[in-house]
Write a protein that binds this ligand. Sequence first.
Ligand code: ZN
Length: 479
Amino acid sequence: MRLASILILAAVPVSAAPVKPKPALPKAKAAALAEVDAMAPEIARMAAELWTHSETALKEGRSSALLAGILEKEGFTLERGVAGMPTAFVATFGTGRPVIGVLAEFDALPGIGNAAVPRLEPRQDGVKDGHGCGHNLFGAGSLGAGIALKRVLLSQGLRGTIKVFGTPAEETLVGKTYMARDGVFDGLDAALDWHPGTENKVSNDTGQANNNFTVEFFGKAAHGAFDPWNGRSALDAVEAMTHAVNMMREHVPPSARVHYVVSSGGDVPNVVPAYARAWFFVRDSDRASTEQHYEWLLQIAAAAAQATQTTHKVTLTTGVHEYQLNRPLQEAMKRNLDLVGAPAWGEEEQRFAREMQAFLKRPEKGISTVIEPLAAEPEPVEGGSTDAAEVSYLTPTACLNLATAGIGLPWHSWSAAASHGLPGASKASVVAAKVMAATGVDLLTDPALLSSAQAFLKKKTEGRPYRSPIPEGQKPPLP
Ligand SMILES: [Zn+2]
């Protein structure tokens, strides 16, 4: 039968072949895109409600309940409170492999809340925190993708499992790190992720590995003038440490970053501080270098304690790897981004962006509608880290970036929080849901793509099995 049809094809003269039509969209992919379109009003509602809540790391009770509740109503099986975090959840639908994960973030940033207007103005409801990283759009878009994939599994009779991960506390790099350590992402065949920003592209930057830790020093209190010789200053220890850290900077590669705040330095000048605490981030372009700098910082902390006759305690709150870019998956996602197109910002969103840019005295360029190319090589590392890196180490993962705020507007700021509260902003969530759902369909229906993505990750991490940066048994830093 097969041979016969080949013979018939071979018999058709080349010159008579019709002009090759544009390949029709595979049925399952067309169905996924239609499902997202049908869900657009609900995606907009989710984005708006998450923005209204604007809850910060590990305090995302209402945000997490909203998303988990919607998934449960859709027929997903919910596990809430995973990895010791009440706001972390896993929603599962389907059976067997492939198992495709979708990551959903929803935490806000403290102190940058703003009304959804193109100028500095407090919110009328008094909420002080804000979605300056756009995780309200993020959570809504990821749910759109997860639900569309679930519906397509059913309508197209596909085989596989969809897992939507509610990952809290991204801003503190806690959520996915603790979930990864506790095996929550084990068994995934691939994962899809996206993130709001100021450009439309497939992420092609590894970010930085990071350790986030505090050093506490314990001295002895005494009167600052009457008998300071009876005291030992914990603040002196912090000062000795930060001085040595600033000297260390010259002797680490330029890719390294160390930054700190003194979060407790005594109460009044006439008491020798018996307690002081400093909070550090150390970063570099990979985990191994970050760990080297961290070892040096631990030696500095011990030396500062010794020099000041105090004692000290170090707590590594969290740490992440650099992101493991996965080329086959990036390319698949880019094809789907080109297919779906960048968010079609209308005059209202463009005007908002330009007014915000004018308010901040930036070039009035509006909001990007251009899709950036996927460069052959990873882009130079921008400052910053993400806990999605932990997932990318465990399973092939790709991340989409979409413009959700005006070009050149400061990120993690009140202006980004305001931009993400604009009703039209959820257009980006809809596009993200479509691109992720389309890529999910590719993974469900194209075993060659899945196996090449898995082989790519395996080769990349060969000889470096995943090792959680945080100690076994350590509890997440719940508020
Ligand atoms: Zn973010």
